[in-house]
Write a protein that binds this ligand. Structure first.
Ligand SMILES: [Zn+2]
Length: 77
């Protein structure tokens, strides 16, 4: 019966739902000064918590280096 127990244990270790490895949104770069917004780091000094996707940043947020509007940022490929 040991073999049966082992096969059951093996079945139980199969992940039901694969973890989502894709980060929430990509990096964005300021078209004017080249500042790169990294969603993993956020911009805590300006009220944007780490892990915040660029799309979720308030529209009142602006580039911490040169101050241009959020609309001036372009996605980094
Ligand atoms: Zn800038």
């Amino acid at each position: 019966m040991a073999g049966y127990a082992r096969s059951v244990a093996a079945l139980c270790t199969v992940p039901v739902d694969a973890p989502q490895e894709k980060p929430a949104g990509g990096k964005f770069v300021c078209a004017l000064c080249g500042y790169i917004y990294d969603p993993a780091e956020g911009d805590p000094a300006h009220g944007v918590a780490p892990g915040t996707p660029f799309d979720a940043i308030p529209s009142s947020w602006s580039c911490p280096l040169c101050g241009v509007d959020k609309e001036m940022f372009k996605p980094v490929e």
